[in-house]
Design a protein around this ligand. Structure first.
Ligand code: SDX
Length: 436
């Protein structure tokens, strides 16, 4: 680590000796106080459940300014990447730090394309699940199971192993997600096609059948590609932190990514897009726009435990830039499909408008996040609600892998092992059972 830019002094009101702590400045964003020696110097830990004020690592991949509503992948604004690049260029950028030129892009895309098939044995894992199993339960199993097939690339400390594992994961996730979908609807699996784009291939594996040719719609292909770009990475969110912590034990990349899939499943995180759409469905069934006022009242009532899913964010205290882009994509797809009067989209826009005028949300800086509109777009494309988070995991795999690779490549990384504030019972002796 470079020398401190300046120092912080920690003093105590109980007369304990004060300590000086180094402070580092990043390229942009908040400075950090280095507390690595705090325990040695003071015998004390810091306390930050949920890590609201804790930087777990140094990273050069993604930067978020929550107040300005800015998201940068390797310095490029998400608005520019989502409109001027495609997902393969974004993957290359996240993994290698620079946007590819035409030749690099062609080579990278070809490399990914040549790894899209999975071992035929993978089908037998699926057979173990009920057809009604939640796709994220299936995906957690399938991604972890990949480590059983690639013993040639499980040494996380070998850069070559990490690179081929990254390509395999980016290439095979769409195939696995599509297989999970086909299994759930009882249709035959559709093999990947090397003549299609990454997004086009995913749509083909999802919706083609052996009975007739499936033509990929360029608008849906572009929308799918943009959904992948918008979900590709997001700094040290819960699932990325899970991947980093899991990978810090030296486990193989497939196991670490499977841990990320499991974490993303939660409704407070990647599961929010599924929860947001179900919330809109329920609101529509209850009476639609006319019932929004009643619903908002429920959300404000702490005892109701009802949240406005797809709203709020730990970091964005202004509009999530991805939500704006997702709403635009929504418009394009619904127009293309002649669904511009889609009642659910109209309901979502009405709900957003009312929420953004209500002081409860404004005072808590609650704005739509990436999950608020992504469900409506995916539903319009024909993706079932239960598969939304699996699509999120497909896209976020690139970010997870880039972050894992950065951590392993950082000479300072150690196995992650947080401490605690112990509030349990001090030592005591076991009594014989007759005396308990
Ligand atoms: C993702 O971290 C990432 O970057 C995640 C992600 C990524 O790309 O990886 O961006 C993807 O996970 C997006 C977030 C998806 N989750 C949801 O949409 C679920 C609904 N949102 C909430 O669960 C919540 O907003 C969180 C979990 C996203 C953030 O919660 P925080 O930062 O811990 O904030 P909080 O829970 O402390 O809320 C502050 C206040 C509370 O009210 P008060 O106690 O102050 O009175 O806001 C309220 C909360 O009750 N609140 C909400 C709300 N979110 C927060 N009230 C109603 N509806 C909501 N959605």
């Amino acid at each position: 680590m470079k020398p401190a830019d300046y120092k912080a002094t920690l003093s105590f009101s109980n007369g304990s000796a004060s300590v000086e702590l180094p402070v580092y400045q990043g390229t942009i964003g908040p400075d950090v106080i280095d507390i690595r020696k705090l325990y040695a110097q003071t015998g004390m830990f810091t306390y930050d459940p949920g890590f609201l004020s804790t930087a777990s690592c140094r990273s050069a991949i993604t930067y978020i300014d929550g107040d300005k509503g800015e998201l940068l992948y390797r310095g490029y604004p998400i608005e520019q990447l989502a409109t001027q690049c495609d997902f393969m260029e974004t993957c290359y950028l996240l993994l290698y730090g620079e946007l590819p030129n035409a030749k690099d892009k062609q080579n990278f895309t070809r490399l990914v394309t040549m790894h899209t098939m999975v071992n035929e044995q993978m089908q037998f894992f699926l057979r173990g699940f009920m057809r009604s199993a939640h796709p994220m339960a299936v995906m957690t199993g399938l991604v972890g199971a990949l480590s059983a097939f690639y013993h040639d690339s499980t040494d996380i400390n070998n850069p070559k192993h990490r690179e081929i594992a990254a390509i395999r994961l980016i290439a095979k996730l769409p195939t696995l997600v599509a297989m999970a979908y086909k299994y759930s609807v009882g249709q035959p699996y559709i093999y990947p096609r090397n003549d299609l784009s990454y997004a086009g291939n995913f749509l083909h594996m999802m919706f083609a059948t052996p009975c007739e040719e499936y033509k990929v719609s360029p608008v849906l292909e572009r929308a799918m590609d943009r959904i992948f770009i918008l979900h590709a990475d997001h700094e040290q969110n819960a699932s990325t932190s899970t991947v980093r912590l899991c990978g810090s034990s030296g486990t193989n990349p497939f196991a670490a990514i499977a841990a990320g899939v499991a974490c993303l499943w939660g409704p407070a995180h990647g599961g929010a897009n599924e929860a947001a759409l179900n919330m809109l469905y329920d609101l529509q069934k209850a009476g639609g726009v006319a019932k929004i006022g009643e619903f908002i009242k429920q959300v404000k009532d702490k005892n109701s435990n009802v949240k406005l899913m797809g709203f709020g964010h730990r970091v964005y205290k202004n509009y999530d830039p991805r939500a704006k882009l997702m709403q635009q994509t929504c418009n394009e797809v619904l127009d293309e499909l002649g669904l511009h009067n889609d009642p659910l989209f109209a309901l979502a826009k009405a709900l957003e408008k009312i929420a953004l005028e209500d002081d409860y949300f404004v005072s808590r800086k609650l704005y739509p996040n990436v999950d608020f509109y992504s469900g409506i777009v995916q539903r319009a494309i024909g993706i079932p609600v239960s598969l939304f988070t699996a699509v999120f995991a497909l896209a976020r795999t690139t970010g997870w892998i880039a972050q894992l690779d950065e951590m392993i490549g950082d000479a300072e990384y150690k196995i992650a092992r947080p401490r605690q504030l112990f509030v349990g019972t001090p030592q005591r002796d076991v009594k014989p059972i007759a005396q308990r």
